[in-house]
Design a binder for this molecule. Sequence first.
Ligand SMILES: *[C@@H]1O[C@H](CO)[C@@H](O)[C@H](O)[C@H]1NC(C)=O
Ligand SMILES: *[C@@H]1O[C@H](CO)[C@@H](O)[C@H](O)[C@H]1NC(C)=O
Length: 204
Amino acid sequence: MKVPAGFLVVSLLLSCFTATSYGVYFSSLKETLEVTASPSKDQVLKAGEDTITVTWRFNQTYSAGTDSDYKTVKVKLCYAPISQKDRSWRKTEDRLKKDKTCPHKIVARPYAASNNSFTWTVEKDIPSGVYFVRVYALNAHDEEVAYGQNTDAHKVNNLFKIQAITGRHVSLDIASVCFSAFSIVSLAGFFYMEKRKGKSSQQK
Ligand SMILES: *[C@@H]1O[C@H](CO)[C@@H](O)[C@H](O)[C@H]1NC(C)=O
Ligand SMILES: *[C@@H]1O[C@H](CO)[C@@H](O)[C@H](O)[C@H]1NC(C)=O
């Protein structure tokens, strides 16, 4: 069997890529970005309605050029420890490929050292929970090289809450399901009565 050379090159590139991106550990990243998020501490935001404005910039106490390999940023919504408890699918792992702390992407942007701001409407499918915002800087190979977050290392300060849409509309849904069930039952009852009436008048 003859394997096309192009295929070999592509798979070689792919394996190099996975090999290099395999080992990015959160603990190896420097916190060189200063990040703020608009919600005040413990504010409750409604999914599908309320907005979060995130700002980020390079922390100038790091020497100039530290950010020379930053190409893009990814802004993410992350679970605070209290919303990860007993939920292995949101577990924090030091190896970023496996980390589930920040599954919700807010935006990706080209990197700029200052004057960055983005306003995001909390998406409708975001579950209720306690959150913070983290920004990753990525290099040309799409590997995380630095980060910043709107909370401290222990994820205690400036956390905010999101209230999911389902919690708010579930009673309405139950009401409409009950109402449809009621209509079907009464319709069936109506036909049954009509049939009986028909039968009893035939019997006379
Ligand atoms: C900038 O980085 C320095 C050194 O790590 C740190 O002490 C300082 O708190 C940071 N500034 C902000 C606003 O995060
Ligand atoms: C910052 O961004 C705003 C809006 O995009 C722009 O008007 C302003 O000139 C920018 N300032 C700097 C210093 O780049």
